[in-house]
Design a protein around this ligand. Structure first.
Ligand SMILES: [Zn+2]
Length: 145
């Protein structure tokens, strides 16, 4: 039974709430059960958006590390995976609920991911050339020894 003289209302949808229906969001706003659940979803979406941003940041850090320390191309590979994940996620149709939270980071996400991929491509070319040179020399020594 709803009482008419309730003073507490949901901050989001305006529904009047009985004292035992009042919930609080993490930022201490009053919410009904439905809106509180929606706020939780938004918080989760923001975390996913944050993961996309972190993927871009990780990719450029890993690409930088790969110049000095790169066993089995580990950092090149993980950097590329993160960069591609960030690039693929940041504009994916249907994922606006995640990416709307990182709109203002999009430029940074593109820049980090693309620079990381360029660095990774350069590293792969350098490694490939080094291997080719090594194989050439070994081959050469095999023939002319
Ligand atoms: Zn509500």
């Amino acid at each position: 039974m709803q009482q008419q003289q309730q003073v507490t209302a949901c901050n989001f949808c305006g529904t009047h709430l009985a004292p035992d229906e009042v919930l609080y969001t993490p930022d201490a706003r009053v919410a009904c059960a439905a809106c509180s659940a929606k706020v939780d979803l938004v918080a989760t979406d923001m975390r996913v958006g944050g993961n996309i941003r972190n993927g871009a940041i990780y990719s450029i850090i890993a690409a930088a590390i790969s110049f000095v320390f790169n066993p089995f191309l580990l950092f090149t590979i993980s950097s590329s995976v993160s960069a591609i994940y960030a690039l693929a996620s940041v504009n994916r149709k249907g994922d606006e609920r995640f990416t709307q939270h990182i709109q203002r980071d999009k430029g940074m996400i593109y820049a980090c991911s693309i620079i990381a991929l360029v660095i990774n491509a350069i590293v792969v070319v350098i490694v490939a050339l080094a291997f080719a040179a090594l194989r050439n020399r070994t081959h050469h020594e095999y023939i002319y020894q």
